[in-house]
Every structure is written in C-alpha cells, then in structure tokens.
Write a protein that binds this ligand. Structure first.
Ligand SMILES: Nc1ncnc2c1ncn2[C@@H]1O[C@H](COP(=O)(O)OP(=O)(O)OP(=O)(O)O)[C@@H](O)[C@H]1O
Ligand SMILES: [Mg+2]
Length: 469
C-alpha cells in the first residue's frame, strides 16, 4: 500500500437513528409511527418529502417506521464531527418543540421524547453508523478484518451501557439479567458483510463511496453505540481514526484473529472488568483489556510522530485513563466522561439506595432517560448542568452548526446550493454527490471529491438559480 493511502485528514460522517415516543403523564399518547409522522409534518409541508438535506448540509430522513435519522454532513476533524452530531440533536429538538405545540393546539397533548440509543423496550435495535473515507487501493476486506477486533473490544471505552433483560427470542438470553456495556453488542451477527438486513455485520462492505469510485471507498462501521457524553463520542471517533491510520500505514503487531466474533462481542459486553477470556483462532486466549491496551500503546507511539490534533490528544489521554480505571476497578476516575460508566454508577447508586431489583421499572426508566436528547428532560443535559457529565463543545458552536454547513469539505458547496434553492421556485434535487435543477433547462453538477469545498460549475448553476450575471 502506498503511503498516500494514509489519510491524516479524512472525510467522516455519523448517521444516527433516534427512538421516539409521545406520552402524557407516563402513558402513551401516540404510537411511535404516528409520533414520527407528526414530528416530520412541517418537513413534508415545506419540502414535499421526508428525506431532505437541511441547510447545514445534513441529511434528515424518515424511512417507513418510526426512527427519524440524521446523517451529518461530511466532516474532516473530530471536533467538527462532534459539533455536527450535536447539531443533529438540536435540529430534531426544534422539530419536537414544534410538534408539541401542534399537539397542544389540536387537543391531543403529550410530550415528545427523542432517544439517542440503539434498542427499544421490545428488543429491536437501530443504528449509529460511522462512515470513514479510505483510498480505493486499500483492500477493504483485509482492512476490515484487522479493524474488527478493535471494534469488538472498543465497547469497553465507548459503550453506552444498558440493563439487559433476557428476551425469550434473544440468542443472548442465557446470559440472564445484568448490566451490559454495549447497546449494540447483542445485535450484530457477522464480522464483515455487504448485507445490512439479512445479517447485521460489524462492518458493512457495500460499495457505495458517495465519491469518485476510482479514488475512494467509504468504510461503513455499523457496530457502534450512539453516544451521549461528548468525551465518549470524541474517544469513539478519535480512537477509531488513529487505528485506521495505523492500519493504513501497515503498523505491525495489530493482528488479532477472534475465533468467534459474535460470541466475543456478547461476552465482552457482560464483563465490566474487561478480563473475560476471548478465544483466538489459534486456540490461545486474550481479553478485551489486553487487546485495547495493544491498540492504545501502538496509537500513543504513532501519535508521537503525527501532526498534532488537540482532540486526538484528548482522546488518547481518556483512552489511557479509561483502561486504567477498568483495570484498577476505580471506575469513578472516568465517571463523568464515559457513557456506560456514568450510567452504571447512576444505576448502582439508585438501585442500592432504594433496594430495587435491576429490572425494576424505575431503573429501566432511568436507563432510557439517559438517552433522551430533549434539553432539561434528558439525563445527559441534567447531568451536564450539575457538572456530573463533562462537555466541551459550546452551545454557540452547536447553534452555528445547525444553520451553517462545514466550510472545509464538499458540504460547503452543497450548503451554498441549498441556500440558493431555498428562496427559489426552481425544482431542485440534492444528494451527497450531485446537485441538480430541472428548470429552465435540466442541469446538474457532480461533486465527486468530498475534500473539495468549491465547484465552479456549481457556482454557475447557483447563478442560474439566483439570476446573478
Ligand atoms: N466519501 C465519503 N466518505 C465518508 N463518509 C461520507 C462520504 N460521503 C458521505 N459521507 C457521510 O456518510 C453518511 C451517509 O449517510 P446516509 O444515511 O446517506 O448513508 P447511506 O449508508 O448511504 O444510506 P442509508 O442510511 O440510506 O443506508 C453521511 O454522514 C455523510 O456525511
Ligand atoms: Mg443512513
């Protein structure tokens, strides 16, 4: 692999599917499907569609069913990606405020909750997908196989945690009631596959680069939990970026071949010490903590010779402190930074003070409330206000990201086009790689390089729309 295949500046995006409820005094007011349709009504009225690009160049989407989805615009730094991920929450929060006002006016009433989690009360799972651009000359399957052991053990540093209740149909039912580090661990079936429906892999290899297919591929990681605490999201993305770079640079010593990836991910999820033996294909054993230490040590050495990035440095620091905290059992050392640990501590405290069984409805409600993104209602915002959850992205930056597209990637060009068509009655269509109009003459511009911020042909198209000379 040529050194040019190592991306130290990389295009990335996060897709988040949200759970939704509409309740009044604790009982259901609308079904999740109806709640989602209600939420999207102003979108459909404005755009005649429920699959649109918002002014900040994100994709906002409601498929059949009840999970609104936001896909961030193309970002090229950890900080930018985090900010646009939070802007996605803010966009949905605005829609929820509007929906609640309409519900009140129409005499239905009720509160809309939006959950950034990955599993509902019936055991159905929905995703948080990470997208990372890689070079076309990278053998994606080989890269993915190397990445899988990192991703299977990554839950230790960035799982969102949940109370697991045995579900009769679940293959994990034999684990019994208990705390589980990851929301998604029970819902992946294969290490690497190009299908998302029949089997749900850790990495999806469907070849849809949303870019020039001769130069680029898009790595689609679908095993991750949606994360709430900003330090956890920074660690999730930052650690994965560093591991990707190291694998692209052919760093030695990072090969683990798990005998049974789906068994390993479920076993690791049930062990807050990270020490459960994991079988390797050669018959020997390792454990999650040891695998993560190997990747961390390599990443620390790699970063010493890399262009500095304060967010990657912060991710490395937290990665180290989290593994140390798990190793020593002193989880409180990272008790305001790592989602599953914040949640685990909360549940433990409440459970013991009230002497409740782990599957008590009060504890299940607490678990769910952790993921509610509505400010002032969801536990994340309440904990942050009380300094019990660390934050570092300012409200002002999030507010700007709701209306402005990123300026350093292709999202910038799309943002200009979106802005131009907003004030126009010319029919237009937008996708990741293309902007088009159908009047006065059908015309379109392809944008096949996601690193490119400006496309002169697109500016001409915009002039046609705005009537500029
Ligand atoms: N070339 C690229 N490399 C990496 N990420 C990209 C690239 N182009 C777009 N993205 C990001 O990939 C994500 C695509 O989201 P989208 O929901 O459309 O995914 P999809 O996998 O194409 O479709 P679906 O969710 O409908 O299956 C966005 O977050 C976007 O910013
Ligand atoms: Mg998507």
């Amino acid at each position: 692999m040529a050194p040019s295949s190592v991306f130290t500046r990389r295009i990335m995006g996060i897709e988040t599917e949200y759970g939704i409820t509409c309740t009044q005094d604790g009982s259901r007011r609308l079904s999740p499907d109806d709640s989602a349709r209600y939420l999207f009504r102003p979108v459909v009225e404005q755009y005649q569609a429920s699959n649109i690009f918002t002014p900040n160049s994100s994709r906002l989407y409601l498929d059949v069913g009840s999970h609104p989805e936001v896909a961030t615009p193309e970002c090229d730094s950890v900080r930018q990606l985090l900010t646009y991920d939070l802007a996605g929450d803010a966009i949905l929060n605005e829609l929820a405020i509007d929906a609640e006002q309409r519900l009140a006016r129409e005499g239905i009433g009720g509160e809309i909750s939006l959950f950034k989690n990955n599993v509902d009360s019936l055991g159905n799972s929905y995703g948080c997908h990470e997208n990372y651009l890689v070079a076309r000359d990278v053998v994606l399957k080989a890269l993915s196989m190397q990445l899988v052991p990192f991703l299977i053990t990554r839950q230790l540093i960035c799982g969102a945690g949940k109370i697991y209740r045995p579900h009769p149909a679940s293959p994990s039912k034999d684990y019994g009631l208990g705390f589980c580090i990851s929301q998604r661990a029970d819902h992946v079936w294969d290490a690497v596959s190009s299908a998302t429906t029949r089997s749900r892999p850790i990495i999806n290899t469907r070849d849809e680069p949303h870019a020039d297919s001769h130069r680029f591929r898009r790595l689609h990681v679908i095993v991750g939990d949606s994360t709430i605490a900003q330090p956890t999201t920074r660690l999730k993305i930052g650690s994965t970026l560093l591991v990707l770079e190291m694998l692209e640079a052919k760093t030695p010593g990072l090969d683990f071949d798990f005998a049974d990836p789906s068994r390993a991910i479920r076993d690791i999820a049930r062990d807050i010490t990270g020490t459960t033996p994991i079988a390797l294909a050669d018959g020997t054993h390792t454990n999650a903590l040891a695998v993560q230490r190997t990747f961390l040590d390599a990443a620390t050495a790699y970063y010493a010779n890399r262009t500095p990035d304060p967010d990657l440095a912060a991710a490395l620091d937290l990665w180290q402190r989290t593994l140390d905290a798990i190793d020593s059992g002193q989880l409180h050392e990272v008790g305001t930074e790592i989602d599953w640990i914040i949640k685990y501590q909360l549940i433990q405290r409440y459970q013991h003070s009230q002497n409740l069984p782990l599957d008590h409805p009060k504890l299940l409600r607490l678990d769910l409330a952790y993921h509610d993104i509505r400010p002032g209602r969801g536990l994340g915002s309440i904990l942050a206000q009380k300094n019990l959850m660390d934050t570092f992205i300012s409200d002002q930056d999030i507010a700007s990201a709701v209306t402005q597209a990123p300026t350093t990637t292709r999202a910038h060009a799309r943002g200009k086009f979106l802005h131009a068509i907003k004030g126009s009655d010319i029919p237009a269509s937008v996708d990741w790689t293309r902007c088009a109009i159908s009047r006065p003459e059908p015309a379109s511009v392809d944008m096949l390089d996601p690193f490119q911020t400006d496309y002169p042909e697109l500016d001409e198209l915009i002039n046609t729309i705005t009537g500029a000379p």
